[in-house]
Design a protein around this ligand. Structure first.
Ligand code: ATP
Ligand code: MG
Ligand code: FE
Length: 337
């Protein structure tokens, strides 16, 4: 089954062609980072206008790269949320128009489920699995019982991890998105500063990062006030050390408690080298899988991979008239940002 998928939930305009929920035939991604950089974050109105401008070219590019024509496509999939509403609407309208004009079926895919399925490209999911989903807008521990059967175990009470990285980067005067830059600097810095570790003792599956972010803000502010010289990379190393420790320890404890077969790491922050290293060196008695680097952040291939499994379940539900689990996955992931 060949799926054309569209992703425009934030500031990447992306169209992909995937086959049978496994093979990526093409994955055209256009990032708007340069456009938003000078504002220090994504400006929603500018993002949706930029999606409109580039949308059609991305359809053409994806089909050209995959060497397919409209006749080869069996299904259209599109990110239906969560994301910026104006940006989502551009992708949904483009995908719906394409499907209607070519008499193709279309399904809406949850963006977060897309992130989870990014690792299915280079690995096989084994159930039950535990997913640590760490992205720009979300931080979740999920129990994945089967395809599209997902239970939220815990979430962040305030900032998402990616958001905390970006805000700490901003405090340090780094460009947006700062996550990858903080990661790089952390590797050359020294863990020199003591920062609070947000473990939330009575909430083992929940997270909180805003206190840590404020601690970094205070630390930097105080050093500047006292005219102390400090190295940005040392602040990055100290911050990353706390973030990765808390993420890894909580994930490890959950994996043991739930006795899962596998740990899946997903979302933009799964590209973090410090996090990857700490996860595999700490969690040695569980299989830990990550998406390939190019599939960690937003792109349409992950939507096409998730769509394949979602469609399979929906087809079975329609055929046998049973209420399966695909709708449940949507209930769990309410559009919340
Ligand atoms: P969501 O998926 O929750 O809707 P999003 O789509 O904006 O949010 P992603 O594209 O999954 O988020 O990830 C982007 C985030 O990942 C940004 O906050 C970015 O700073 C962060 N990020 C990317 N690479 C790294 C890295 N190497 N280390 C830390 N953070 C990173
Ligand atoms: Mg982005
Ligand atoms: Fe995302």
């Amino acid at each position: 089954m060949i799926i054309l998928s569209v992703e425009t939930s934030c500031d990447e305009t992306s169209v992909a062609i995937t086959k049978d929920g496994k093979e990526v035939l093409s994955n055209a991604v256009l990032s708007q980072i340069k456009t938003h950089e000078r504002f220090g974050g994504v400006v929603p109105e500018i993002a949706s206008r930029a999606h409109i401008e580039m949308m059609l070219y991305m359809f053409e590019q994806a089909m050209k790269d995959a060497n397919v024509t409209v006749k080869d496509i069996d299904l259209v999939a599109v990110t239906q949320g969560p994301g910026l509403i104006g940006s989502l609407l551009v992708g949904i309208n483009a995908a719906a128009t394409f499907a209607y004009a070519n008499d193709l079926p279309i399904i809406g895919v949850n963006h977060l489920i897309g992130h989870i399925y990014a690792s299915q490209i280079n690995h096989e999911m084994r159930f039950p699995s535990l997913c640590l989903l760490v992205s720009g807008g979300h931080t979740e521990l999920l129990l994945i019982k089967d395809h599209m059967d997902i239970e939220i175990l815990g979430t962040t009470l305030d900032d998402a991890v990616g958001e905390a990285y970006d805000k700490v980067g901003r405090i340090l005067g780094l460009n947006y998105p700062a996550g990858p830059i903080v990661d790089k600097l952390a590797h050359i810095g020294e863990i020199k500063y003591k920062l609070p570790k947000p473990y939330l003792k009575n909430e083992p599956f929940n997270f909180s990062f805003s206190g840590l972010k404020s601690a970094v803000l205070n630390l930097v502010h105080n050093m500047k006030q006292r005219n102390e010289t400090f190295k940005v990379e040392d602040v990055c190393a100290s911050f990353q050390d706390v973030v990765t420790e808390v993420l890894v320890e909580k994930t490890y404890a959950a994996a043991k408690e739930l006795n899962v077969k596998q740990v899946i790491v997903a979302g933009g922050v799964s590209a973090n080298k410090g996090l990857r290293h700490r996860l595999v060196s700490t969690i040695t008695d569980f299989e830990v899988i990550f998406p390939e680097f190019q599939y960690c952040t937003d792109q349409a291939a992950m939507i096409g991979i998730a769509a394949y499994y979602q469609n399979k379940i929906q087809q079975a539900e329609n055929k046998y008239g049973i209420k399966g689990t695909s709708s449940l996955a949507f209930d769990h992931f309410k559009i919340n940002s």
